[in-house]
Ligand binder design. Structure first.
Ligand SMILES: [Zn+2]
Length: 373
């Protein structure tokens, strides 16, 4: 028996009863007959199967929990995938603290560098980094509501938010960013994004937030990410550290007033940054977010010209992991962004926030660091 839960379009949970897993092995043919017999014997020996399934205990294969934050996202399906593992520390007793997409935990490390009992560590000599495999394992659903599921695995117990987006290794992700707003055009953009269930990141200006506090609140409420783009849009490379601090503080205050949230990302006006800017940003715990695709929308203010940065005669130009720079202060930008979104959705791109994109890629963001993609 297979229990399929389609939580939303990003989360699929399939639970297999143990009997079905045996059947799957059997189908692989006579070569695997011996293995299947061994597994069948194990099933008989442990006396599992339907009875356990009725108790809410299901044997499933666990591919991985894709990571943005530990406890954040889950993808459970009928396969498992190798993934990189960082060893944080090891002790003399053969235990290692490791970090993977699933979070951190301690695991036993044997002499031949393999994790026991079922979590097998494989070192990839070419990469020089260990690859971690999570073997099929029993997952018990302890509690479940519409948003959260508490599961118990060999890795321990954890709550998983089923409504969060998960980024899979095969996904092509892209982050659209809109600077200098909010403006009179932002509401239309938010409507279009909501209609498509697409998220973006808004690097807002303190001056504009003060003008449009309601609109700023809606940006946050709609699930988009809000980053700071300074208060009054000066070129930071010409400012003293004290003036930079003042700009960031005033911008943070305005955003907090409107949304109740302090931004965790900063995009300097004009992308202007130097050692002083980076060190002040670091004081605030802010990474500096630049971009990998510049649509030049402020220059052309022409939807066709803006769209040409996304697609040309040879097809889609943007790539997996791109951060796209636009400004939600021009009607032409909104027109082009909506067209680009429809086009990229058709191509299978997943729209994520800048934090989601970068955390998925780097694990964590370093304050004062400059990120372009
Ligand atoms: Zn700007």
């Amino acid at each position: 028996m297979v229990y399929n839960y389609v939580i939303n379009d990003r989360i699929r949970v399939s639970l297999y009863s143990e009997v079905d897993i045996i059947k799957k092995f059997m189908c692989l043919g006579t070569i695997f007959l011996a293995i299947a017999l061994l597994l069948a014997t194990a099933i008989i020996f442990t006396g599992c199967g339907a009875a356990q399934a009725d108790d809410g205990v299901h044997d499933i294969t666990w591919s991985f929990l894709t990571y943005a934050e530990p406890d954040f996202q889950a993808e459970v399906k009928g396969s498992y995938d190798p993934q990189p593992v960082n060893i944080i520390q090891m002790n003399d007793d053969g235990w290692a603290q490791i970090s993977t997409y699933n979070g951190e935990w301690w695991t036993y490390l044997t002499e031949n560098k393999r994790y026991l009992p079922r979590n097998t560590m494989v070192y990839d000599d070419k990469l020089g980094s260990p690859i971690f495999r999570i073997e099929p394992q029993v997952v018990t659903i302890l509690e479940q509501d519409e948003e959260w599921i508490q599961i118990s695995t060999y890795l321990g117990e954890k709550w998983v938010n089923l409504l969060s987006r998960s980024i899979l290794p095969e996904d092509r992700v892209i982050a659209f960013t809109f600077d200098d707003g909010p403006s009179m055009h932002t509401e239309r953009l938010l409507d279009e994004l909501a209609e498509r269930n697409v998220v973006a990141t808004f690097f807002v200006l303190g001056t504009q937030v003060t003008r449009y506090p309601e609109l700023t609140a809606r940006i946050a409420r709609d699930g988009h990410e809000i980053g700071s783009h300074s208060y009054g849009h000066p070129l930071f490379t010409r400012l003293t550290a004290a003036r930079i601090r003042d700009e960031i503080n005033r911008s943070h205050d305005a955003i907090y007033q409107a949304t109740g949230v302090t931004p965790t990302l900063f995009r300097p006006p004009y992308g202007g940054q130097n050692a002083t800017v980076r060190s002040v940003a670091a004081e605030f715990g802010l990474p500096l977010i630049l971009w990998s695709v510049d649509t030049r929308d402020w220059e052309t203010q022409n939807a066709t010209a803006i769209l040409s940065h996304f697609v040309n005669d040879n097809g889609v130009k943007v790539q997996n992991g791109d951060i796209v720079l636009m400004h939600d202060v021009y009607a032409s930008t909104i027109d082009a962004a909506v067209k680009a979104i429809d086009l990229l959705l058709e191509e299978g791109f997943i729209f994520v926030t800048v934090s989601e994109l970068l955390i998925n890629r780097y694990g964590a963001l370093a304050p004062g660091n400059v990120y372009r993609r």
